[in-house]
Design a protein around this ligand. Structure first.
Ligand SMILES: C[S@@+](CC[C@H](N)C(=O)[O-])C[C@H]1O[C@@H](n2cnc3c(N)ncnc32)[C@H](O)[C@@H]1O
Length: 283
C-alpha cells in the first residue's frame, strides 16, 4: 500500500494544496442535494475538513488507517469532529445513504483494476439517495508525468518540523491496460543527514471520457455531465464526471420495456383529467 509511512505522514506537504475553485465546486455540489455528503478516499481531510469548516454536512472514508490518523490529528487541532470510516471503495458498505458522493484529486484512479473500479461504482450507486449525485474527478496521469523510465528529482520540501523531504520519482506505463506505474523514493533529511528512506509503488488507472460515461450509464447513472476542470473552461487534462441517481419511480417511467403500459396510463389519465391541464410534456 502506498499511503503509509512517509507518504502518509507528509501527504499534505507533498501533494497539492486546496484551491478556492476546488472548494467552491464541491461546496456547490453538496449544497444542491440533500445531506449528508460522503467523500470517497478522503485521506488526510485536505478537502473534507474545509467543507466541514464551511458548515456542510459531510462524512468521509479511506482505506488507509495512517491517512485517517492524520485527518483526525488535524481535525482535533481545528476542533472539528469528522465522521470517518476505514473502508475500501471496492467493498464499500456503510449504514447510511447520501445525497452526494464525491472523489477528489483522482483518488478513484487508485483502483488499478477495472473490476474493482466497476464494483466501486456500483457501491456508490447503492449508497446514494434517490435524486443524489456522484462526482468523480479523473485526470490523465501521464500528461505531467516525468519522462518514462527516468528517475526525476522533485524540489526539496522544507517541512514544518525543520526536516527536509526529498522525493524522487520514476514513471512507466501500460497504454493497453491504461495504467501508470509510479515509483516514489522518499528521503527524510535532518541536519544534512538522510535519517529515513522509503520506496513505494503506486498504480494509477486512467479513463477516456466515453469509456467512463458508458461505465456510469451501465451502473444505472443518468444525466451524466463532464466538466473540463472546476471552471469547465475549455480542454483540460482533468474531467469531473457528475452523474445522477434518478428516483426509482421515474426510472420505471423511462424504461423502454414499460413503454406500452406507460402509454396506456397516459391515455387513461388524459381522458380523466381536466382538459385545461397542459399534457404536452407527456406526449
Ligand atoms: C491522492 S490521495 C487523495 C486524498 C484526498 N481525496 C485528497 O483530495 O486530498 C488518494 C487517497 O486514496 C486512498 N485510497 C487508495 N486506494 C483506496 C481504496 N481502494 N479505497 C479507499 N481509499 C483508497 C488513499 O489511502 C489516499 O488517502
Amino acid at each position: 500500500m502506498f499511503y503509509q509511512g512517509l507518504p502518509a505522514l507528509y501527504y499534505d506537504a507533498f501533494f497539492c494544496e486546496l484551491d478556492e475553485a476546488e472548494l467552491l465546486f464541491y461546496k456547490q455540489m453538496i449544497a444542491s442535494v440533500p445531506s449528508p455528503g460522503l467523500e470517497i478516499a478522503c485521506g488526510t481531510g485536505r478537502l473534507l475538513l474545509s467543507l466541514l469548516e464551511a458548515g456542510l454536512s459531510v462524512e468521509g472514508f479511506d482505506s488507509s488507517p495512517e491517512m485517517l490518523a492524520q485527518c483526525k490529528i488535524k481535525a482535533e487541532k481545528a476542533s472539528i469532529k469528522p465522521i470517518l470510516y476505514e473502508q475500501a471503495m471496492q467493498e464499500l458498505s456503510l449504514p447510511k445513504r447520501y445525497g452526494c458522493i464525491f472523489s477528489a484529486l483522482g483518488s478513484f484512479q487508485q483502483l488499478a483494476h477495472f473490476d474493482d473500479a466497476y464494483a466501486a461504482l456500483k457501491h456508490f450507486y447503492e449508497h446514494l439517495l434517490p435524486g443524489g449525485k456522484l462526482a468523480i474527478y479523473l485526470y490523465l496521469p501521464w500528461y505531467n508525468a516525468p519522462e518514462f523510465g527516468q528517475w526525476h528529482e522533485q524540489e526539496p520540501i522544507a517541512l514544518q518540523d525543520g526536516k527536509t523531504l526529498l522525493v524522487t520519482e520514476k514513471a512507466l506505463h501500460d497504454p493497453i491496460e491504461q495504467q501508470l506505474f509510479m515509483t516514489y523514493r522518499y528521503q527524510l533529511k535532518e541536519n544534512g543527514k538522510i535519517i529515513a528512506t522509503e520506496e513505494k509503488d503506486m498504480v494509477i488507472r486512467w479513463y477516456s471520457r466515453h469509456e467512463f460515461q458508458l461505465m456510469l450509464a451501465s451502473v444505472g447513472f443518468k444525466d451524466i455531465k463532464v466538466y473540463n476542470g472546476y471552471d469547465d473552461n475549455g480542454p483540460s487534462d482533468v474531467m469531473i464526471f457528475v452523474a445522477g441517481k434518478i428516483p426509482r419511480a421515474e426510472q420505471w417511467l423511462f424504461d423502454p420495456k414499460n413503454k406500452n403500459m406507460v402509454d396506456e396510463l397516459k391515455e387513461a389519465f388524459k381522458q380523466k383529467v381536466d382538459r385545461s391541464i397542459d399534457l404536452s410534456g407527456f406526449e
